[in-house]
Design a protein around this ligand. Sequence first.
Ligand SMILES: C[S@@+](CC[C@H](N)C(=O)[O-])C[C@H]1O[C@@H](n2cnc3c(N)ncnc32)[C@H](O)[C@@H]1O
Length: 253
Amino acid sequence: MEEKEWDKLASKYHDEVISPFFGEVENPLQGELRKIKDKKKKNVAEFGCGLFYLGEKLSNMFKQVHASDFSKEMVKKAIERNKSIIKKSGNLNIIQEDIREIHYKNKFDVIISVNSLLMPSLDDLKIAFNNLFESLKPKGTCFMILPSMESVIYHGHLLLHRELGKHDEKTAKKKAKVKFEHHKYDLFTGHYEDGGEKQKFYYKHEIKQFMKKAGFKDIEISKVKYSWGKEISDYEDFPEEPRLWDWFVKAKK
Ligand SMILES: C[S@@+](CC[C@H](N)C(=O)[O-])C[C@H]1O[C@@H](n2cnc3c(N)ncnc32)[C@H](O)[C@@H]1O
């Protein structure tokens, strides 16, 4: 999805986007941010901040906060949402910029990207990972949340096994594939395409590749776990089964 598509989503964000900041989500980010020492002497940046739900927290925790998004509408809404904090704290700056075009060098102690590296081009992603690495200070920490391809496939298998309980194997596979929207996924490259819009999902091994190639070290990958029900939008529910997830990434420069 490009800038204009995100512009359209800015006003109906909650209906369309599954968020790791709302509901009963198990999200390691808050705990990890709390563990960072001397935050009042440090600066932080969130790239692809959307409506910037982290605004108040980051502003209270850190000395200086930079937030950006390539969608003009998202930036407008993020400034609106955070205007009292911007005024009160004086340490918060929200601007429009594309992660593929930033040129910061060793600037931030901590950088955050939450489900913002979704562009389909692998070349663009390589540039984005490199740019994030360059923008981080030596020994700085990077936190990312990235959509999990394994979680999508896991959900597909839950669908398949539900159908196997109701039909013969051939019918069950056919029905599960339809529900899974099999034709919309490229399971090799990790892409989902719907109505001409394409989004990237990540295999865990692939995240390690991107991160290592960009220069990151001490790469730790865990899960952001979503609750069944409303939090996973129109995905079919399996409340008795382990939950769906995004990847949570912590790495150092
Ligand atoms: C799923 S939303 C997440 C927003 C926010 N991080 C959150 O979790 O609430 C993805 C955001 O990334 C932004 N984005 C996507 N590609 C981008 C790029 N190349 N440069 C900057 N922002 C980008 C979109 O405009 C959108 O606001």
